[in-house]
Ligand binder design. Structure first.
Ligand code: PLP
Ligand code: ZN
Length: 421
């Protein structure tokens, strides 16, 4: 039953995870470092058999993603091992932003509060456990920026080696962030899709038997980390699902797993079964999913990205078709905004809520605004939007005009003349 390419024997402890299951044809495989179905080449995802779980048992856990360990593909003793323990980030009640946009109830799930300042710490934490289970000593990835830093940091904490691949023209802060933890950072002369293709080639050339590529051969495990966003949002709302949620799209993995997480909470009886709408957000300069949504297509036409939202700049998003399914099934939508609108939205969020988002957060807030203006989003319904990264990593986007409002000599006269006059 296991794929012929399975490189390592599997450890027995993946907690409630019981198999890999093909998202296209449903064929099941043993848990292993595999990501594609040998029958139809569809993507593999984790299948579970959950033990009964209660709100109380979860609430008794630590203030990080491991409070949900009974719903994740990780060993029961995950708490005993050194890891980044990300998650349990703030769900900020955004009344001032809501008022400005004409919404009744709005929260921002602020994932810039994670250890390396993006949501990627969640997915990497699960991938590290898979790497340990499979006996990989080197962690690797292809990254649009945030993932590289999350991987090198998690590897440092776990005592693993790291070698990460990034487009060479990334924001300086993201390159520094990836480099500071040690390990190798390889810049590729090309965009993310070139980096990703190169990593697939590396894996085909047997590196896949030696290294754990968190978003390739460990992808089924890695992707499950995004479910914790759904769990936290529901728990922080008082064990309720929001009516509407706006999520950024790079590969689309995060969006599909948030939907999976909401579905699990309903099935497990942890929240009331009620409809919710999932909205996807892209930058106009890399909007293949939004374009397919608008055109009513089921397939994604790859694009060459050109946007300041580099963390979302995947021109050929692997989970794009599943994102379209979810947006249409739930009554949501996929929308995009220009780079100028992204910058405006970053400033709006900062000015109204004191949250300095990276460009990806600007994409989400910009799309939120557009959806409200176009009447696509219900202003009366309870809405949650994600900020998935920290503005300090994309300073260039808002550095125009960022200077002291006054420069004076340290005298009261100067102060009165320039500021309080
Ligand atoms: C990676 C990333 C995302 C979304 O990634 P998916 O590939 O769609 O799961 C969103 N925001 C930021 C800041 C990211 O780094
Ligand atoms: Zn299949």
């Amino acid at each position: 039953m296991a794929l012929a390419t399975a490189a390592k024997t599997t450890s027995t402890d993946f907690g409630p995870a019981v198999a890999l299951s093909c998202r296209e044809c449903g064929t099941r495989f043993d848990l292993g470092p595999n990501f594609a179905c040998s029958e139809c080449f569809g993507p593999l995802e984790i299948a579970y058999e959950f033990a009964p779980v209660t709100r109380e048992s979860i609430a008794a856990g630590p203030a990080n993603i491991w409070r949900y360990r009974s719903l994740l593909p990780v060993p029961a003793n995950v708490l005993d091992k050194p890891n980044m323990a990300p998650g349990w980030t703030k769900l900020v009640k955004a009344d001032r932003l809501a008022r400005e946009l004409g919404l009744r109830s709005l929260h921002v799930k602020d994932d810039s509060g994670n250890p390396t300042h993006s949501f990627k710490d969640r997915v990497v934490a699960i991938a590290v456990e898979a790497a340990r289970n499979f006996g990989f000593h080197t962690l690797s990835c292809s990254s649009t920026g945030n993932l590289a830093g999350a991987v090198t940091a998690a590897a440092a904490r776990a005592g693993l080696d790291a070698c990460v691949f990034i487009p060479a023209n990334l924001e300086e802060a993201k390159i520094v962030m990836a480099s500071v933890f040690g390990g190798q950072v390889v810049g590729i002369d090309g965009n993310y899709d070139d980096v990703s293709r190169f990593c697939s080639e590396l894996i085909g050339d047997e590196m896949g038997e030696k290294w754990g590529f968190v978003n390739v051969n460990l992808r089924p495990y890695y992707a499950e980390g995004s479910k914790t966003l759904a769990y936290e949002i529901a728990e922080q709302l008082g064990w309720r699902l929001p009516d509407q949620i706006v999520i950024p799209i790079a590969s689309g993995s995060q969006l599909t797993k948030i939907d999976k997480g909401f579905g699990e909470l309903i099935k497990l009886g942890l929240v009331e079964d009620k409809p919710y709408k999932v909205f996807g957000a892209q930058a106009a300069g890399c909007s293949p999913v939004s374009a397919a949504y608008r055109a009513g297509h089921d397939v994604i036409q790859p694009v060459k990205p050109d946007t300041i939202a580099k963390s979302l700049a995947i021109g050929n998003p692997a989970d794009g078709p599943y994102v379209l399914d979810i947006a249409r099934r739930t009554g949501g939508a996929v929308e995009d905004v220009t780079d100028a609108q992204v910058v405006d939205a970053m400033r709006l969020l900062a000015r109204t809520e004191g949250i300095f988002a990276e460009t990806a957060g600007g994409v989400v807030v910009g799309v939120l605004r557009k959806l409200v203006e176009n009447g696509v989003l219900d202003p009366e319904a309870e809405t949650v939007v994600l900020n998935t990264g920290d503005g300090l990593k994309t300073l260039d986007a808002v550095s125009d005009g960022a200077r002291p409002t006054a420069v004076i000599r340290p005298t009261l006269d100067d102060f009165r003349a320039a500021v309080a006059g």
